[in-house]
Design a binder for this molecule. Structure first.
Ligand SMILES: Cc1ncc(COP(=O)(O)O)c(C=O)c1O
Length: 360
């Protein structure tokens, strides 16, 4: 199957905006983009010039890092932008549908709504061991509802579990020719499950989202990537803003791939996993916490006797956690990001001395 068959028919062959920087390169005197000829005295990066639409050095570095050819990768403003671009390029507003598995990351449904696409839900199932995907149900629902895109977050936010490789293969086989399967690996670095990237050569209807916002500690730089079949990447590019990646962000992101920075990233992941297991054990022993879900990500989802009061009490002490009130299945839960060892110690001290009547 050619993945272009999933693209909106009116966008097949669409060239997108031809920016000055795309139209011509090279030359020494640039009089083609109506930029200021002068730069600011404080500017050390020639920010009077528009940036490269896809900063080549960063694109090549990320492609190498993820082990793919650069033609398979599109840089964007976080994986949030990739989610938006995929829906924009594939879904006909007013008639196409996407499939999610609630409770899940909210941006899939938000972007669908912004593009006037319906959101079909094939909910996660709660078992004694935590939440799991219903692969057969997802395949059947996506086929019945003729969904164009299926978003699957693994490790899942906010529930924390990873999708086993065999289940992903079953899903991909079941939906070949039907829809694009987007695996959002924002938290992939914290999981022992292998990346879905290895499945790309055999499954042109797979796209994988990556981000520098989590393990690479660069959420403020807003750099993410979608990795998929080159034909699809070419289409997504035509739907993107002309100069999406600010030059300072690209330069900063490149530094995250020096040997030193990568060693620090690996050490950060190791520390996060140690802290996660320490927090998990200690939270499990607390009377106001009734369940700590297993997590493959950099957060823990916990079920409490009174989630709202717990979140408000912590906020009163300056600690901000996320109450999960927007998810019907998680009304009694809060999600706690793993902090530094000191921050986690402060959280535990507060919770271990939590006033008895606050959780009665
Ligand atoms: C599952 C998931 N995907 C994507 C994102 C967005 O990340 P980015 O900063 O790359 O836009 C988040 C952010 O929390 C997330 O949890």
């Amino acid at each position: 199957m050619n993945v272009l068959e999933l693209v909106r028919p009116d966008l097949r062959g669409f060239g997108g905006y031809l920016s000055a920087r795309k139209q011509n390169s090279g030359g020494a005197i640039w009089l083609n983009a109506n930029e200021a000829a002068r730069s600011q005295p404080f500017d050390t990066q020639q920010l009077n010039r528009y940036p490269e639409p896809q900063p080549q050095a960063l694109a090549r570095t990320l492609a190498d890092y993820y082990g793919v050819d650069p033609a398979h990768l599109l840089l964007g403003r976080g994986s949030d932008e990739a989610i938006d671009l995929i829906i924009r390029a594939l879904c006909i507003p007013g008639s196409d549908r996407i499939l999610i598995q609630s409770p899940t990351f909210g941006m899939y449904a938000v972007c669908a709504r912004l593009h006037a696409c319906a959101v079909i839900d094939s909910p996660l199932q709660e078992t004694a061991a935590g939440f799991v995907w219903d692969i057969s149900g997802m395949i059947a629902t996506a086929r019945r509802e003729q969904c164009k895109v299926l978003f699957l977050c693994s490790p899942a936010n906010p529930t924390g579990q990873s999708l086993p490789r065999a289940d992903l293969e079953r899903l991909l086989d079941g939906l070949a020719g039907q829809c694009l399967v987007v695996v959002d690996e924002a938290y992939g670095e914290y999981s022992a499950q292998p990346s879905a990237l290895a499945l790309l050569p055999r499954h042109p209807h797979l796209a994988v989202l990556k981000t520098l916002s989590k393990a690479h500690a660069l959420a403020g730089a807003r750099i993410g990537a979608v990795i998929a079949a080159p034909e699809l990447i070419a289409v997504l590019k035509t739907c993107q803003a002309p100069y999406p990646i600010p030059k300072p962000s690209a330069a900063l992101a490149l530094q995250a791939f020096s040997e030193t920075a990568l060693a620090a990233t690996r050490a950060g992941i190791v520390q996060c996993l140690q802290e996660r297991s320490r927090l998990q054990k200690r939270l499990d022993a607390l009377p106001m916490i009734t369940q700590v879900f297993a997590s493959d990500a950099n957060f823990l989802l916990v079920r409490c006797t009174d989630a709202e009061t717990l979140a408000a009490t912590l906020l009163g002490e300056g600690i901000v956690v996320r109450a999960m009130r927007q998810y019907p299945a998680l009304q009694d839960c809060v999600r706690i990001s793993i902090g530094t060892p000191d921050e986690n110690a402060r959280l535990l001290t507060l919770l271990e001395n939590y006033p008895g009547d606050a959780h009665a």
